[in-house]
Structure formats: C-alpha cells, structure tokens
Design a protein around this ligand. Structure first.
Ligand code: ZN
Length: 194
C-alpha cells in the first residue's frame, strides 16, 4: 500500500484534525526524525487545516478548537502537529490550557519541538554582559575586574580586551575567549561588550 493510501485509511478518510471529509490531502510533517518512516511521517488533513499549518497570516484560531478532540489522537504525527498548532496559538489563552493537558511521550515532544515552536525567551540560552547587553559569537568584550585564570598563575587585568568570544551553548553564564595566547573561560557578568 502506498504511504498516502495508508494514511488515508488510518484517518478513515476524514481530516485528522477537524474531521472534515472533503478536500483532503496528505501532509508530510516537517522535521520528522529519520527513524520515523512510512505513514507515521504524515497526517491526513483538509485543505483548511493544511493551509493554516504554516501560514501565520491566514490562521483562524476558532477553527483550531477542533484540537480539543483531535490532540488526543493515538498517532504521534497528529500529536506533534496538534502540539505545534497549539504552541503557535497559545497567546490566545485556550490553546495554552490544552497544551497544559496534552501529554506527549519524550520522542514525540522532541519531534513536535523540532520546528522551534514553544520556546519561550526564558528557555533560550542568552548570554548577557554585566549591563545586560546580549553577547554573540565573535563579539569582543573587556574585563570589568581582575580575573584569575583557572589552572595558571595568570591574572587577566580589568580592562583587558578579549576578542572573538565564543558562547557556551549549555550555559548562559560562560563565554570563552583569548587573553593573549591563552584561551580562557570567563563568566559573563565580569565582561562588558565593546
Ligand atoms: Zn481539517
């Protein structure tokens, strides 16, 4: 059976989100991990739903109240898309309430999040200097106090410039950069962006 026929059969020839039974098509879920294959990579949906998946300007939040039921689908592809739509609409209030109830297993949640939805500013790792200015890879900073360099007798003096910093991807408090020939790890609150 082709993937399309398989998805259609699973969906009982209805939109897996709103239940509509006309103008249906297969939609391959973006950013599907490689280990997921065949019919599990796609959903069966009406053109109203499909047209609103990725088009932010053409989104009718009331249409998506259908997720109240369909987010409980047993199929991970449907769950992942439902989660994404709720995340995109969560500022409306009611989608956030549904998101709070929706439980996805770890792998499906990772899949759902692969498009970057649902990341709050507070979840992103943002490096800021002593004044709260956002630091980027390649920036130059200056030390605002004398710092002992771990594992050496070196003291990096206040006012020392550190060029071409790199950011610790896991920790917003650390950056790395070169003082003279030595690569050092520096705490962001002790630097000021140049
Ligand atoms: Zn639909």
């Amino acid at each position: 059976m082709s993937i399309e026929r398989e998805v259609k059969k699973r969906a009982e020839e209805k939109c897996e989100f709103c239940g509509h039974d006309e103008h249906l098509e297969m939609y391959v879920v973006p950013k599907t991990p490689e280990y997921i294959e065949g019919a599990d990579t796609a959903v069966w949906a009406c053109n109203t739903c499909v047209s609103q998946f990725d088009d932010e300007d053409n989104r009718d939040q009331n249409h998506w109240r259908c997720l109240n039921d369909s987010m409980w689908s047993e199929y991970p592809a449907v769950q992942a898309v439902a989660w994404r739509m709720l995340s995109r609409l969560k500022n409306e209030g009611w989608p956030q309430d549904l998101l709070d109830q929706l439980y996805l297993d770890e792998e499906t949640l990772k899949w759902a999040k692969a498009t970057g939805e649902g990341l709050d500013e507070s979840d992103k790792i943002i490096h800021r200097d002593v004044n709260g200015v956002v630091l980027k890879t390649g920036d130059s900073v200056v030390l605002v106090k004398d710092l002992k360099v771990k594992g050496s007798s070196l003291v990096a003096k206040q006012g020392t410039a550190v060029r071409k910093i790199s950011l610790d991807p896991d920790n917003a408090e650390y950056i790395e950069g070169k003082v003279g020939p030595t690569q050092i790890v520096i705490i962001t609150k002790y630097v000021k962006k140049l």
